[in-house]
Design a protein around this ligand. Structure first.
Ligand code: 5AD
Ligand code: SF4
Length: 513
């Protein structure tokens, strides 16, 4: 009997990639992916622990399944990913009807664990060692993941893919749970990455986004030869079929000149850099243990502007961190005003158990102050993003067409009354969430384009080389192509355009009968 899997993903690109791999593994074993938990016999939540809100949402979703599980105890409910590693057995305490808890380092065990549960083996938990749970090499091994399995139908788009080049983090910023739940920093061998990208290119993938918590700290030594991110970019850009290369997330201290020069000189590199700053105040940065000052960040930013002047730079900021004064916050506002980031992701500080900040300092900034600072910084950034987008009016930009826009998808879903398979939801700040895996019940292909879409223009979405979102009317055949689009309107987040009409000379068709 075919098992029916429903999977929901929250959090960052790493999680989206992990879900793709879990689905690939389960599909290989005959599972069918469905878009509705009510008709699934296996329900998995791939979870995030970066902020409390993301975890709360999962416990609410689990709460909504309690009755369904009582009605049908054969349904298997699993919590996988960061929250599984973070809460471990506590997940069973809060939601006793959960059958499966699997950390990010054990995802490859999911099919076997489900088989054991189905066979009556009771609930299962598999997580990695704690950071202090043994010698470093043992801890590292317990976090190793299984990247070569790919399933193109579970990607947001067949033409784009995430490729992990590092796992874990050793920076231990005091607010951050990632080093605990994702384990020690480890770079993958360059040869493995190259093989994976080559395979993706053969499948028709044109854009690769390299992933790492501090992706620019990538460093791998093999046979005495060390490969840095810049070297890796050169190797990957030589692969036939790869037109765009991106990488996230950068750590400011590791933004080396060789890397900036590589992204300047490699034509496949997107003109886009995400380099989170977190705060404009030295006192706060020090308590965050970011290992740089605002002056260091400014110096790095100036180097980016000097080396790659037309690159779009984006950042992350946390407001309301322990002890953040009004003066500290004003310094963040000043930095944002002066830097004119293309975009900033702004988060209210959320204390995380097991982090240094939570151990050392009270979460002393009241919620309404956090909210106000969040809104003020967001308003400033939105104004900058709006102004930054205006020069695009009337210009033609090159867009890699990703698929139907959110709006087009909603319309299609309503028209067909089918729900998309395997939904991905972003967390409270719209972070990550590179869109769902659009694969409706028998009605869609890997691009989420309904097979019977024949009438009128379809609203499409794509991105420029500098990672700006462009919405325009087109047709499904344009998906996966890089097209010139002329921009006629722009708000803070989106450019609106029209495909530049290609004038094709007279063509002669000969039909042989
Ligand atoms: N509270 C709020 N935001 C956080 N981030 C990481 N940890 C926390 C936390 N405890 C933010 C940082 C990081 C982004 C992915 O999430 O800005 O860059
Ligand atoms: Fe977290 Fe800091 Fe590592 Fe980023 S660099 S994942 S914020 S500990």
């Amino acid at each position: 009997m075919t098992r029916k899997l429903y999977i929901e993903t929250v959090g960052c690109q790493m999680n989206i990639l992990d879900s793709e791999l879990v689905v690939a593994d389960l599909r290989k074993r005959g599972y069918e992916v469905v878009g509705n938990p009510a008709i699934a016999d296996t329900i998995l939540f791939n979870t995030c622990s970066v902020r409390a809100h993301a975890e709360d949402k999962i416990y609410s979703a689990l709460g909504r399944l309690r009755e369904a599980k009582q009605r049908d105890p054969s349904k298997i409910i699993g919590v996988i990913g960061c929250m599984a590693q973070n809460h471990q057995h506590a997940v069973f305490k809060r939601a006793p009807y959960v059958d499966l808890v699997v950390g990010p380092g054990q995802l490859h065990q999911i099919p076997t664990l489900i088989d054991e549960i189905v066979a009556g083996g009771g609930r299962k938990i598999e997580v990695s060692l704690d950071r202090s749970g043994g010698p470093r090499r043992d801890v590292e091994r317990s976090f190793e993941s299984y990247d070569p399995l790919r399933d193109e139908t579970m990607r947001p788009s067949r033409y784009q893919a995430f490729v992990r080049i590092m796992i874990g983090c050793d920076k231990f910023c005091t607010y951050c749970i990632v080093p605990k739940v994702r384990g020690p920093e480890q770079s993958r061998p360059a040869a493995h990455i190259e093989t994976e990208v080559r395979k993706l290119a053969e499948e028709g993938c044109r854009e690769i986004t390299l992933l790492g918590q501090t992706v620019n700290s990538y460093r791998h030594t093999d046979g005495g030869v060390t490969t840095r991110l810049s070297d890796l970019l050169y190797r990957l850009s030589a692969i036939e079929g790869i037109d765009r290369l991106k990488f996230v997330t950068n750590y400011p201290k590791d933004m080396t000149q060789d890397l900036l020069e590589a992204v300047r000189d490699i034509k496949e590199c997107s003109h886009y850099l995400h380099v989170p700053c977190q705060s404009g105040s030295n006192e706060v940065l020090k308590r965050m243990k970011r290992n740089y000052t605002v002056e260091d960040y400014r110096e790095m930013y100036a180097r980016i502007r000097e080396t790659v002047p037309d690159f779009a730079v984006t950042s992350d900021f946390i407001v309301g961190f322990c002890g953040e004064t009004e003066e500290d916050f004003e310094k963040t506002m000043e930095l944002v005003a002066e830097s004119r980031f293309k975009n900033s992701f702004i988060f209210k500080y959320s204390p995380r158990e097991g982090t240094k900040a939570d151990e050392l300092w009270p979460d002393d900034i009241p919620e309404e102050v956090k909210r106000r600072r969040n809104n003020d910084l967001l308003a400033l950034q939105n104004q900058i993003s709006f102004e930054d987008n205006q020069p695009f009016l009337g210009r033609a930009v090159e867009v890699l067409v990703e698929g139907p826009s959110e709006l087009a998808r909603k319309h299609e879903a309503q028209a067909h009354e089918v729900r998309a398979h395997g939904s991905n939801s972003s967390d409270e700040n719209g972070e990550a969430g590179a869109g769902g895996a659009p694969n409706a019940d028998g009605a869609s292909n890997a691009d989420g384009v309904p097979h019977d879409h024949v009438h009128g223009p379809l609203q499409l979405v794509g991105r420029t080389n500098c990672d700006r979102i462009v919405v325009f009317d087109g047709n499904p055949r344009q998906i996966g192509r890089i097209l010139p689009v002329t921009i006629y309107d722009a708000n803070s987040f989106t450019l609106f355009g029209e495909v530049v009409t290609e004038h094709v000379g007279p063509e002669v068709y000969s039909i042989s009968l």
